[in-house]
Ligand binder design. Structure first.
Ligand code: 4NP
Length: 157
């Protein structure tokens, strides 16, 4: 199972989502992240995301930003978008129903509707915005990881 977390710049939210989701799943799940823009390509995550993750024992410092590609829509099984704008941008890249069916809003996939189903962009906030995003992502990833693990055990039994 390959999971891709997507936000705008791939330096604040999706790197955190990647680190959190990986920490909740066994190693046979592949977790990566990407942005819908290439402005920060090659950069490590924002220092505030790195610091917040580190506070909870998750190291995201070596991740590097990359833009999402059309190939990702074939390569990944689940593509979770942080906000509606990310979702619309990724949906517009899809070329067929199979690709479209993989794409969802993270909060919706988790069955949560905080902040109208979106993970807000903390880029212009102080560190406490990152703290809030961390907890929102942690709750959403927890619910999705549990669902994926149940699905996996049903398939294997
Ligand atoms: P992210 O946050 O999408 O969570 O990585 C942002 C990062 C950079 C910019 C905007 C949002 N930016 O405008 O450069």
């Amino acid at each position: 199972m390959k999971i891709l977390m997507v936000c705008l710049g791939n330096i604040c939210r999706s790197p955190l989502a990647e680190g959190i989701m990986r920490s909740k799943l066994p190693g046979d799940f592949i977790v990566d992240s990407a942005g819908t823009i290439d402005m920060h390509q090659g950069s490590n995550p924002d220092k505030r995301s790195v610091k917040t993750a580190s506070k909870y024992g998750i190291d995201i410092s070596r991740q590097t930003s990359r833009p999402i590609t059309t190939k990702d829509l074939d390569d990944y099984d689940k593509i979770y978008c942080m906000d509606l704008s990310n979702f619309k941008n990724v949906i517009s890249m899809a070329q067929n129903e199979e690709q479209r069916s993989k794409i969802s809003l993270l909060m919706e996939a988790a069955g949560l509707n905080h902040a109208s189903g979106e993970v807000p962009d903390p880029y212009w906030d102080e560190i406490d915005g990152f703290e809030k995003v961390y907890h929102q992502l942690d709750e959403a990833c927890d619910r999705i990881a549990k669902k994926l693990l149940i699905q996996k055990s049903t398939i294997n039994n």
